[in-house]
Design a protein around this ligand. Sequence first.
Ligand SMILES: NC(=O)c1ccc[n+]([C@@H]2O[C@H](COP(=O)([O-])OP(=O)(O)OC[C@H]3O[C@@H](n4cnc5c(N)ncnc54)[C@H](OP(=O)(O)O)[C@@H]3O)[C@@H](O)[C@H]2O)c1
Length: 286
Amino acid sequence: MVTVLVLGGGGQVGRELALAQWPSDTRLIVRDRTSADITNRRGVLRLVDREGPDLIVNAAAYTRVDDAEDERDVAFAVNATGVGYLAEAADAAGATLIHLSTDYVFDGTKDGWYSEEDQPSPASVYGESKLAGERAALRARKAIVLRTSWVYGSARPNFVLTVRRLARERDELGVVADQFGCPTAAKDIAGAIVRIVEQGASELGLFHLAAPDDASWWDLAEAAISQMEPPRNPVLNRLTTDQFPTRARRPANSRLDSSKLLAGYGIQLPPWRATLASISAELNSR
Ligand SMILES: NC(=O)c1ccc[n+]([C@@H]2O[C@H](COP(=O)([O-])OP(=O)(O)OC[C@H]3O[C@@H](n4cnc5c(N)ncnc54)[C@H](OP(=O)(O)O)[C@@H]3O)[C@@H](O)[C@H]2O)c1
């Protein structure tokens, strides 16, 4: 029996981890923020000591990128200090810590795809806090850090759901067309984590885990709207980053090269349009 403890079970990825097809010999324990706050060191240590997990999967995070600019302490408490507690607890239990991070650890100035070898240089408080969290996780004796990108799914607020709502409400939308990343579905991230666990989580360290192809926010919006039923055809204007100012700076390029994960675990996610189509079908049927 393999015991897997998931933290952050109420989030996009956390929910998909709870729904995923785990091997039959898995004892899966999923905790959301109300039942396990990762900033509570004693609580984390006690929970891990009681459940004795073989693996701890951390899907908990402070993800409000703009708010983090004004809530630095809270963002660091969850994204860095709390992760340190999980690393400490994992070491005490002899468990492997699987932790999620973000493409926003990069400033976006590279010309090309980012590999795990590239030097992070976050442009936002959120990115700084997540980079500190990666380092805290990697201090555990057995840790896997999975950097992902532009996460969306069928539940909880995310870009795809927002665009679908706006397309129903408005005849004209403006979407940023000069930032590029790899739109990655929460259910694909969860599926990849299951496969890593199935393979004994034997390859440790830092990996990129994102869709293999890129998009701008405009591309993603255009595809999401084109898949809506009943159809909607708002005018979709291309905006520059300067025309859509946000409190936190976002990288213009956060394309993640996930080939190390393919080499280490044989895992490659589907192209983003394929997964988006299946999520759109699910949303259309509601
Ligand atoms: N969303 C993206 O576009 C994106 C992109 C790249 C990387 N990532 C990374 O991918 C991972 C999963 O993201 P996601 O989209 O699933 O995020 P999400 O939907 O915001 O879920 C995060 C979850 O963590 C919970 N949480 C917050 N503080 C907590 C605490 N102190 N203790 C326990 N739980 C806490 C939140 O609780 P509440 O429900 O109460 O808020 C929420 O349920 C994160 O590491 C994130 O940084 C996300």
